[in-house]
Design a binder for this molecule. Sequence first.
Ligand SMILES: C[S@@+](CC[C@H](N)C(=O)[O-])C[C@H]1O[C@@H](n2cnc3c(N)ncnc32)[C@H](O)[C@@H]1O
Length: 278
Amino acid sequence: MSAIYIGYKFVIAPLQPGAEILIAELGAAGFESFVEEEDGVLAYIQKDEWHEDILDEVQILSSEAFDITFTFEEIEQINWNEAWEKNFNPIVVDEVCAVRAPFHDPFNTPYEVIIEPKMSFGTGHHETTHMMIQHILKHDFEGKSVLDMGCGTAVLAILAEMKGANPIDAIDIDNWCYLNSLENIARNNRKHITVYEGDASLLNGKHYDIIIANINRNILLNDMETYAACLNKDGVLFLSGFYKDDISTIEEACNKHHLFYVDGLEKNQWVALQFKKA
Ligand SMILES: C[S@@+](CC[C@H](N)C(=O)[O-])C[C@H]1O[C@@H](n2cnc3c(N)ncnc32)[C@H](O)[C@@H]1O
């Protein structure tokens, strides 16, 4: 149930264009995932893929133009979803949008999102994701700037881009979701989504036409003021990750920030609501 990764931390100067060259060369040598930090790059490779000479293939490490030091450690990741992933059946929402894994046969639907969830939430199977997909399918995203907060696998951001949204920011607090979103965005050949690892503190000074946030009741309540501040006038907020019983609390918090209820969906006690900024 676990995969062992070796995580390398490269401290590099100058960072630009060093980080870009380093990531390209590490990718070619077999590293799978990268996180750019302020002083360098974190790079991950599965232990099975690693061999002693692998860093010899990375030419930038011996280049005199860059000053690079690195440390590494083994990291064990428990893949809680592994058993479930093996049973990951494709889903089709409202006969219009298929969400499937790369190993499934293609669907003949207008929208098809290919997701390899690994450890991240967001395949469309969960009620909240399913209803958020329904909201996105019904809404006009053409030319709209979008934030997908708590992006998970980035399934919603990817669908938003397929529906014409541009540009899109996708944020998740979890490192695995950040990395998995990057993979899924590339897999679906999307060009207008920028992924960030972090939380609402990243949103200072940002503005969007549409915000999608499927997280949970308490985080939504906590971050509502920030979402409202980031929404353009007449902007639309789609919220999920909470139960029917929480509607009045969520709506009250929204109203406080001039966000007013437009529409809502409910599935097995879960809800997904649409608000508009006055
Ligand atoms: C319910 S999942 C939704 C994933 C995906 N958007 C979907 O609809 O399937 C919530 C996601 O929010 C992330 N998250 C939790 N707290 C957060 C926070 N404070 N800021 C940003 N993301 C957060 C979690 O890591 C998780 O990936």
